[in-house]
Ligand binder design. Sequence first.
Ligand code: PLP
Length: 411
Amino acid sequence: MRHLRRQAEARDAADPLAPFRARFLRPDRDVVYLDGNSLGPPSGEVLDAVLATIRRDWRTRLVEAWSEWIDLPLRAGGLLAPLLGADPAEVALADQTTVNLYKLATAALEVTDGRDVVTDADNFPSDRYVLDAAARRAGGRLRIVPSDPSPDDVAAALDGEVGLVSLSWVSYRSGALADAAAITAAAHDVGALVLWDCSHAAGVVPVDLDGIGADLAVGCTYKYLNGGPGAPAFLYVRADLHERLVSPIPGWWGHASMFSFAPDYVPAPDIRRFLVGTPPILSLVAAIAGIELVAEAGIEAIRRKSMAMTGWFVELVETHLGDLGARVVGPRDPSRRGSHVAVAHPEAWQLTQALRDEGVIVDFRTPELVRFGFSPLVNSFADLARAIETTESILRDGRHRRHPRQPTTVT
Ligand SMILES: Cc1ncc(COP(=O)(O)O)c(C=O)c1O
């Protein structure tokens, strides 16, 4: 184990992003936090931005502060756009990822000939529910392809009846990275639009929406963008689709002239038409601070460290945990995955609880996955070494078996 720690120390010493770790607020107890893929921790910048907004704007300027707040959904989108390979005018922050999925899927199926929607077996539950509802609303049905589909798997499910393909850029379960360019091209060949869920990519994997000709995308800002619990999600609509697509939730924030208080809905000509109602300003301010920190570090540098982490961790799981019933799920090659490594184990729930008890915060996904998520701005290689040492020690002497076998509340 000393060897493992020495290796981690050498990697940390050579890590250009290491100074960013000190910019985040640490929990009081000594934990290794490997769940930034679920909820990123707060940076000092987020704390300062929220406090300043309360003290300076809300307290002092009260309702007059809306004259600046009103632009925040688009301003935040503009700041996020380069991380998604998008033009600033193509991205906005609004609502939740689930709501944005519904708005964009429903709007897309209004303009395509096909009515059916293609997604994969392991896509996030909200995505499956929403896509099913949108397909049925349009008079079509949901077609399910195998999880982590190759472009050929998707192509095999495509025909003229398909109006929309919607998949995750990075799978929330296996961490697999989709071949987004080839899948998008295959969907376009049959006249379908493509809606990408970039929740597990935004802020950690460079996304190239304009470059691959993507149509639509959504994603969370509370994971690798560290915007805080329930921070508003983002949505991307390619510029030439703005005027063709109309949101199924015609709110006043999407109106062409919201302060005319007109009796009839006229959608704004630009990305604003996909906004609905009053946004959560404190969370938007936090999300902006999170996005700015990622932009400062640089997405390419973040990706390099993320791949070094997942690549090393996969090796460590195989060498240290392979004879203890643990197995890496998804691609081995770090260039084919996002920033978490899912480890399958028959007692995954108990193992997750034991790890949390011993200060390694990971999460569980049914029925047998433990997810180890690596946030390159927050985590060190020493964190990974400690996670492996703790997991090996728990499994070797069976300490996880002290925990109930049946999952209770899952976070
Ligand atoms: C891939 C993916 N899509 C969608 C969602 C749902 O996001 P929200 O709860 O913000 O609607 C999540 C949440 O974790 C997710 O991981």
